[in-house]
Design a binder for this molecule. Structure first.
Ligand code: SF4
Length: 240
């Protein structure tokens, strides 16, 4: 990341840390969990939202899910320091409830901003929330995990790669095997390098769509989804 990129990252982080757009989350969070890792990483992971451990430590993916993520990375010869990790929401939902559509819409500009600054080759979406948000499609993770596709995110074309959330893999052993299998394809995807950037213009519309009803159509980490509020119909936020 160039010096101006690092400055922009600091500004974006500061903006998130001062953010009070989601009153419930502001009331329940200990701190904003912005993201962690290499700001120049070719590989970026996007999870759902901070849990209790993340909220306490200020770092995404700690605890059992984080340990598994570390093991999966070790399996492909990488460490957390080699990648960038962020979540759809930067603040912990109370009682670890699922993110709401309005919260996802509020927070997605921070995520898009992170992708814009990191400029990854591959964006791995962990679980349904990140996958449905960044694909702007209702297809569930059980159907599309392990299938890479080109998407325009943060003003450039990336390889978007949905996989199960580590928490879902811890919950169901068969998911862990699928997750390991999906991870095993990452080295080749990275070796293939950055996709043709000419595709950005034709895909720009996908990036401009707000969070829609991701939360209402998302099953979370395998649990049934309670009904949520109507999707936020505002256009994509003003930050970017
Ligand atoms: S979740 Fe995101 S948009 Fe909502 S208060 Fe936290 S930082 Fe702001």
């Amino acid at each position: 990341m160039a010096a101006d990129g690092r400055s922009a990252e600091r500004e974006l982080r500061a903006s998130a840390e001062a953010c009070e757009k989601c009153p419930q989350l502001v009331a329940s969070r200990s701190q904003v969990v912005f993201g962690a890792g290499d700001g120049d990483a070719d590989l970026m992971f996007v999870g759902e939202a901070p849990g209790a451990g993340e909220d306490r430590e200020g770092v995404p993916f700690v605890g059992a899910s984080g340990k598994l993520l570390g093991e999966l990375l070790a399996g492909i010869g990488m460490t957390r320091d080699d990648v960038y990790i962020a979540n759809v929401l930067k603040c912990r939902p109370p009682e670890n409830r699922d993110p709401r559509s309005d919260e996802i819409a509020n927070c997605s500009p921070f995520l898009i901003g992170q992708i814009r600054l990191v400029e990854p080759i591959v964006v791995v979406t962990l679980g349904n929330f990140a996958t449905k948000l960044l694909r702007q499609d209702d297809a569930g993770i059980t159907v599309i995990h392990g299938q890479a596709e080109l998407r325009s995110l943060g003003g450039r074309t990336v390889r978007l790669y949905p996989v199960f959330h580590p928490a879902a893999a811890l919950y169901r052993r068969p998911n862990l095997e699928l997750l390991r299998e999906d991870f095993s394809r990452l080295p080749q995807m990275l070796a293939d390098g950055s996709p043709d950037q000419a595709a950005v213009e034709s895909q720009r519309e996908a990036e401009a769509v707000p969070a829609r009803n991701v939360a209402e159509q998302t099953e979370g980490r395998g649990a049934a989804k309670p009904p949520g509020p109507k999707p936020d119909a505002r256009p994509q936020l003003d930050l970017f």
